[in-house]
Design a protein around this ligand. Structure first.
Ligand code: COA
Length: 171
């Protein structure tokens, strides 16, 4: 497996991988699939932070993206969607993507990354409950799964309510 930046022409396979990863019984197309397209078309998109993992044949089998969110007026990153094609899950692809995107975000001098996700999965990458950083979600019901990864440029002055970029509001 190799991780690289999303290239032109990858959008379609990223949509398919995302749809397959998030497929739920009784739902035609999981909303996470168009979300990636909406984000790509929005000002929140950061091309350096849309990464794919490819199998030895060069096929895209996973994707991760961080986009521009805010804590108060401070720019931060929102991680997600993160997707690995079902037949490639549990083989380290997700781990490779998360490490790579966090490293890229750190290199870009971003202060922190926020996500709403599994507390069984993300703490192994340094994510902590967001409350420890005094960063709060829009909806109190998110608190249990609301996590923050501080990067090198973390500044404790960045605290308050987190806002996802606008395309997340369409979910
Ligand atoms: C979640 C997801 C991205 C993980 O990717 P993956 O390639 O299967 O995961 P990896 O093989 O890299 O696993 C890394 C580690 O996490 C563990 N893990 C994998 N999936 C897990 C899960 N759902 N919950 C808890 N731990 C998990 C693995 O056992 C492994 O542990 P280890 O480092 O101790 O060996 C993938 O399963 C997926 O696409 N799921 C559907 C979409 C989704 O839920 N995305 C995340 C939304 S928050």
């Amino acid at each position: 497996m190799l991780v690289r930046r999303e290239a032109s022409g990858d959008a379609e396979v990223i949509r398919a991988v995302t749809a397959a990863a998030f497929a739920r019984p009784g739902e035609d197309t999981p909303s996470e699939a168009p979300l990636v397209d909406w984000l790509r078309a929005s000002p929140a998109w950061i091309p350096e932070l849309s990464l794919v993992v490819v199998d030895p044949g060069g096929d895209v089998v996973g994707h991760v993206v961080c986009t521009r969110g805010n804590v108060g007026s401070a720019p931060v990153l929102a991680l997600g969607p993160l997707s690995v094609r079902p037949d490639w899950q549990r083989r380290g692809a997700g781990k490779a993507l998360v490490h790579a995107v966090l490293g890229a975000a750190d290199a870009l001098n971003e202060p922190l990354v926020v996500l709403l996700g599994s507390t069984g999965y993300y703490p192994k990458f340094g994510f902590r409950p967001a409350g420890e950083y005094e960063i709060t979600p829009k909806y109190p019901k998110w608190i249990e799964h609301f996590q923050v990864r501080a990067l090198t440029a973390y500044d404790p002055a960045v605290r308050g309510e987190f806002a996802y970029p606008e395309p997340f509001d369409r979910l």
